[in-house]
Design a protein around this ligand. Sequence first.
Ligand SMILES: [Cu+2]
Length: 509
Amino acid sequence: MKQVTRLLALAVVAALALAGCSSGKPDNADTDASQATAGDGETGGSRKGDFGPPQGAPVKAVLTSPPQVPPATGRTAPAKVIVELDVVEKEMPISEGVTYTFWTFGGTVPGSFIRVRQGDTVEFHLRNMPESKMPHNIDLHGVTGPGGGAASSFTAPGHSSRFTFKALNAGLYVYHCATAPVGMHVANGMYGLILIEPPQGMPPVDKEFYVMQGDFYTTGKYREKGHQPFDMEKAIEEHPTYVLFNGSEGALTGDKALATRVGDTVRMYVGNGGPNLVSSFHVIGEIFDKVWYEGGTKFQENVQTTLIPAGGAAMMEFHMEVPGSYVLVDHSIFRAFNKGALAILKAEGADNKAIYSGKEVDYVYLGDRAQPNMQAVATAAASAKAGDLSVEEQINAGKALFAGTCSTCHQPEGQGMEGVFPPLAKSDYIAGDTKRVPTAILHGLVGPVKVNGKDYDSNMPPMNQLTDDEVANIATYVLNSWGNPGGRVTKAEAAAIRQQKPSNASGGH
Ligand SMILES: [Cu+2]
């Protein structure tokens, strides 16, 4: 009897799925199958998520590294799915010239994306590489059962464990390590996403991307060069040094920006690993046509910013009408411009002036990420570490940092803006004393100044969030550009100037 009911249920599911496929409608045909219901507008949750025993031969799950998403399972019956995930502890860049020892699922932060179908039986193999120093486990929020798999998957270095679960609820779920101290394992990058497709699958789209936010705590300050250890105190106080998409500054900018075309429908699977912060996820210049808020089954439409809790996720979809760079941010906006929570989605294609026309000055929003890449900064940091930093390397690094940091006011070629921002190009004020450049950067400038015969009486805010290297490199770039007298500012000089309090400094703080 039970068998018959199950078979019936299966037949219904298969028919639904077939209907979904054969309609051949594009994603925007809003007979949206993802809202399929089991009566009364509900899916029925876990009670309706068991489609019986797995059918056919076991399937090996395709896992992908961010920002890639595995292809749709394309299955219409429950399967036994084998997931093999490796825990790898490894040193990787967290910013240009800054490294961090990440603990990862699959060698990346976030960890490999896992995609299964509701009703699948998942046989999970967790292997902790022999080189690891720590034991680890995995808690998948998509698992029904105490601990989400954590207790069954505690795995010492060089060992592996196996546990099995049935994916009863459709949705987008976070997984993470839950080995004590849990906060530390999560802060080191141990999280990822598992998509449990509804039986009829997700509606097809042109591009799918995998992005995950996380907050990071290093003993050095933001962008301080070299290897940076984890800072437990900052983590407990919830004072992150970095807030990042996909585990490093620049993971999704420059050559690594997410690539789309005008006309594409884009779906993003966005998670928040935390460990502490909640994300106000926003894409500058786009409106989410749909958001499957909290990673669940229902969608909201026409959304500007969606809240993604720590240990939560959301799916969002939008259609690309206008080419250009769209900036993904946590709209708690200091995190975007001063802690790294910034990524770029680039749409190529023809202009559409009827929808948007205007000047395309994107360096204001892109900040120093407007540069194709920040490799020059990493190169300078490596040379500085080796003790053979050249003026040339400082200039290149300074140029990359100048864009977005100084260019917003002084303009990209240092030409300034009549009556408002004095020029840095061929500035007689700089020529009068080259130390004025690092001093202005670190202490700001208030009150009247005369530059090239013109009076300015405005206010430059101190930029003392920049590290000593950054100040030295930007100043060296300015001194060697646009007809200025040349010269060099060293890190030690920048550090010394930081300690001074010159008479012309901004007194506002
Ligand atoms: Cu762990």
